[in-house]
Design a protein around this ligand. Structure first.
Ligand SMILES: *Cc1c(COP(=O)(O)O)cnc(C)c1O
Length: 950
């Protein structure tokens, strides 16, 4: 065994176990299994054309050498991105800690109380600083959050109030360019008409449903929007504000004007720039909109014993329930970054944040005064941290600045803006001012002028306190904060405890060597709008990763811009839309989607302006080809696309897939493949081979980016030649094809920093390792299938009786014992396991996906637990709900309580199998009460009295 190969670290199955497993599965060899699982007409004949694998040290050397090709400037570019300082205690204990970054989205609340609390902190920070009533637990970036605000307000107005002719949306010219581009993308398919203008001169008429303002404006001017908001309200027009989170520490919060939505990014709360992301955006609004908020909201409720417990409130599985009626397709968000930003506020507390904001403001005043003293005209009189100057010698200033490692924002040939940030110190004043002094003055005598006056008028100064809750006022020594973070971490079950076999989500190893570079300043500290030649290291990685993904998918081109799978779906459908339009076929708007599709599919299709037609699945779980043929015939003239997941969400490689994709092409449609299940394809087949035209990949599933407790994600799209011209661009730094659609994400290459992980994953596995990983993923699934045989019925299988990389087990028959699928999910916690995916795509079932990273011992523990639970179900009778399943999970408090009123033993409750005892994980609360929490919605850190009411 070559212990220097990364493949043996990533792939969990040991050589000596392989034989045993193949025997149980009933095949002679791994290849025999693969031939049974995958239809022969799509099996690739050639190996992936990728270079040899690198060892871990080789990769670390490479990525370090590449990092040195990035040049780190002092960036005063602003435009929604600012250098920030990640407190080391947060970096070490959260960003670099698998206890946090390998967790899943907190659907199983009882084993996720830690990150739920951290997210409640984040929501509290956002609500307090914006002055709004309620906030969600993060969105993808500021620009998409602004687009979500627009569509939410539109939806409320047009759908709820049935005002279908109110289609105009006002956008202030102060709005960031990337946000404007995103609004263009998102408004077009919905027939929303954007009107861009100066808010001071603009007359709102009743044909507007809403407006978006930027606070402070894109080049720093702070406007008092109270009059605008008042006028809008008089006309029943809703107002959204995109606000800078740090400025809100000093400025009047928009909530006080009565606005409807406030969005923004929390990047400057301790999150590295990372050449564009990932960062957590926020979305805050009024209670009245609580059922329309995109994404996830964390709320307080009670558990079975009446103790306080947190869980995702209201629309937890929004798209899954509402599908094509959903207002948003947000699924993966930015949880890890929201956790960090919330913790940054815990670290600094209200006084620390005030200090930082006041210091930045003071330096900004000094810089403004000093530059003005050289005769440059300052264009904005009211500002927080960003100032704008008119200059007649921009090129000279720029040349000096770049020679000193400084970036300003060059707005046009005679205007510069300068945005200061938390990292700015006394020492930085001189070099900054000098760029202007030297460009003008003969002598090099830099004069620094203090500015004693008040530049923010009294009515725009925040009054009153914020972040008064004790969480933000208690953990200010490193010892205290380290322990607080640990206390939360211990409540959460993550991959560093046990297998998380979430079907469709691919919870595989996130290797340490893949993660390490994320902490390095040479990757972290680059502004997304820095000149391209400063980011050479990034561009090597981006170009190579795009090529790797082209090879893996068999496609012609890749865009890394989308920040999640759902954004990838939307981006892909928008390229299809642009393609049809370029051929004069804009009438093609029908998108056929199988009934079993993930909820984001129909939601994305509607956002892309398409009409969803659902096609049936047959009793074997395959697309019902006869039904599909009928639908295609019926809609042949207007067919835009088919969206298909492959292998299907039922965990099967459908053998008619090539017939299906040809049928769509013959009728003028394009085929979108949802690539969430790519882990079953890499190296063995690919989307091009099945006949698709475009797919998204979830780099946070198949390509080793950790789930982070619900994000970040990266959802690139890969496209065939004919769609390549339409790949998305960015208004500041051009990306994409020659007929590019407008932006899908704020940053040109989305979450560039996270792409390093997938790059490392592919580099260290190489063609052979990637293909082996796929084979073992399929083996592991089929091994579980065989072991559970006799205890659980597996719902679907391919023609030869094989699963792909995941399978669905039926839990509906247990209803006759009074047992629901949720009871099994909760009981698994007592055995130290996170439940598989519950009730997707079939209600009352579980979808199990072990991935290649798990070895035989862990697979066996999981199977033993499932089989043991099945025996427990058999013992239960429907008339007695006092049983080990209904009472699950069992907490330490229950088991050690002086009262024990259950009909089974404490040992059976908490230590049902021997392996549990040596590595027990204790759920920190009993089962959470969903309905109670939704009736009594509390979404910020509660005061003690509120706990008492619970
Ligand atoms: C995860 C998933 C998605 C959505 O991806 P996100 O990154 O969460 O937006 C879409 N389709 C399927 C089948 C998935 O499993």
């Amino acid at each position: 065994m070559n212990t220097e190969s990364f493949a043996i670290r990533h792939i969990g199955v040991r050589e000596e176990d392989l034989k045993k497993m193949l025997e149980i599965v009933g095949v002679e060899s791994l290849d025999e299994l693969i031939e049974q699982a995958i239809p022969s007409d799509i099996l690739l004949k050639e190996n992936l054309n990728l270079p040899e694998a690198l060892s871990e040290p080789e990769f670390l050397n490479l990525i370090e050498a590449l990092s040195k090709k990035n040049r780190i400037f002092k960036s005063y570019i602003g435009l929604g991105y600012h250098e920030s300082m990640t407190p080391s205690v947060i970096k070490r204990n959260i960003l670099e800690n698998p206890g946090w970054y390998t967790a899943y989205t907190p659907y199983q609340a009882e084993i996720a109380q830690g990150r739920l609390e951290a997210l409640l902190n984040f929501q509290t920070v956002v609500t307090d600083l914006t002055g709004m009533e309620i906030a969600n637990a993060s969105l993808l970036d500021e620009s998409t959050a602004a687009a979500e605000a627009m569509t939410m307000l539109f939806d409320v107005r047009s759908r709820q109030q049935k005002k279908h002719n109110v289609l105009k949306f006002f956008v202030s010219e102060e709005v960031l360019p990337q946000t404007l581009s995103l609004l263009e993308t998102r408004s077009a398919p919905l027939n929303i008409e954007l009107v861009i203008g100066d808010h001071q001169e603009f007359d709102l008429t009743p044909d507007y449903f809403g407006a978006l303002l930027q606070y402070p404006g894109k080049y720093g001017q702070v406007h008092d929007y109270s009059g605008f908001v008042k006028k809008a309200q008089d006309n029943d027009i809703k107002v959204a504000v995109a606000a800078d989170i740090l400025s809100l520490v000093m400025l009047t919060p928009p909530g006080e004007w009565g606005v409807d939505v406030v969005v923004g990014t929390t990047q400057r709360f301790g999150i590295p720039l990372g050449y564009g992301g990932p960062h957590a955006a926020f979305f805050a609004t009024k209670e009245a909109y609580k059922r329309h908020i995109p994404g996830r909201i964390i709320g307080l409720t009670r558990d079975t014993d009446g103790n306080p417990a947190l869980r995702m409130a209201l629309q937890t599985r929004e798209q899954h329930i509402k599908r094509d009626k959903a207002t948003s397709n947000i699924c993966t968000a930015q949880v890890l970054l929201a956790v960090m930003a919330g913790m940054y506020a815990v670290y600094h507390g209200p006084k620390g944040l005030m200090n930082i904001a006041h210091r930045i403001h003071k330096y900004t005043k000094t810089i403004a005064q000093s530059i003005s003293a050289y005769g440059f005209e300052q264009l904005n009189d009211v500002y927080f941290d960003t100032i704008q100057f008119k200059v007649d010698n921009l090129n000279a200033i720029r040349a000096i600045a770049e020679s000193r490692g400084i970036n300003f924002n060059y707005i046009d040939h005679e205007t510069i803006s300068i945005a200061l940030n938390e990292a700015f110190t006394e020492k930085d004043i001189h070099p900054l001012v000098d760029c202007f002094a030297e460009s003008k003055a003969q002598d090099h005598d830099v004069r620094i002028m203090e500015h004693e006056g008040q530049v923010i008028p009294a009515e725009l100064v925040r009054k009153g306190t914020f972040l008064t809750h004790e969480t933000f006022n208690s953990y200010h020594s490193e010892t205290e904060l380290m322990r607080y973070i640990k206390k939360l971490e211990r409540k959460d079950l993550a991959l560093n405890h046990s297998m998380i076999s979430l079907g469709s989500c691919t919870m595989k190893l996130n290797a340490a060597s893949e993660m390490l570079p994320l902490s390095w300043a040479n990757w972290g500290n680059i502004h997304p709008y820095a000149p391209i030649d400063q980011a050479e290291g990034y561009h090597v990685v981006i170009k190579e990763l795009e090529e790797q993904l082209n090879i893996i998918t068999g496609f012609a081109a890749t865009s890394l811009q989308p920040n999640s799978g759902a954004q990838g779906e939307y981006a892909g459908l928008m390229t299809i839309r642009a393609y049809h339009r370029s051929r004069g076929e804009e009438h093609r708007n029908i998108c056929i989607i199988p009934a079993s599709a993930h909820g984001t599919n129909p939601a994305s299709a509607v956002m892309a302006g398409m009409q969803v037609v659902v096609t049936k699945t047959d009793e074997k779980g395959n697309i019902d080809v006869i039904d599909l043929e009928e639908k295609v015939n019926q809609y042949t003239d207007n067919l835009a696309a088919l969206m298909v997941t492959y292998p299907s969400t039922h965990g099967v490689f459908e053998s008619s897939i090539r017939y299906i994709t040809k049928l769509i092409h013959d009728n003028g449609g394009q085929v979108y493949m949802d690539g969430a299940n790519m882990n079953a394809q890499v190296g063995l087949t690919n989307p091009a081979a099945i006949g698709a035209d475009v797919c998204h990949l979830n780099l946070h599933k198949t390509f080793a980016i950790p789930h982070g407790g619900g994000g970040p994600g990266v959802g690139p799209i890969c496209v065939a030649e004919q769609l390549k011209p339409f790949l998305p661009s960015n208004p500041i730094i051009k990306t994409g094809g020659e007929k590019a659609i407008t932006a899908i994400s704020a940053a040109p290459w989305g979450s560039a920093l996270a792409c390093l992980i997938s790059y490392g994953y592919i580099k260290m596995l190489g063609a052979r390792g990637l293909t082996d990983a796929t084979k073992i993923a399929i083996l592991n699934a089929n091994y579980i299938k065989e072991r559970l045989h006799g205890s659980y019925e597996v719902l679907y299988a391919g023609e030869n009786g094989r699963a792909a990389h995941e399978m669905i087990i039926d839990c509906r028959p247990f209803k006759e014992h009074g047992i629901e699928v949720t009871d099994i999910a909760k009981r698994l916690m007592d055995y130290g396991f996170h439940a598989p995916t519950v009730s997707f795509p079939v209600a009352g079932t579980m979808m199990i996906e072990p991935t290649e990273s798990e070895g035989l011992a862990e697979l066996d523990r999981f199977c033993d637990a499932m089989i043991s639970i099945k025996k427990e179900i058999d013992e239960v009778s429907i008339d007695n709900p006092n049983n080990v399943l209904k009472n699950a999970p069992h907490t330490l408090a229950m088991v050690t309580s002086d009262d024990w009123n259950f009909t089974y033993s404490r040992k059976k409750a908490a230590f049902p199998l021997d392996y549990v005892a040596e590595n027990k994980f204790w759920p920190s609360v009993r089962r959470t009460d969903e309905a109670f929490g939704d009736r009594n919605l509390i979404c910020t850190c509660p005061a003690i009295e509120e706990y008492a009411e619970v």
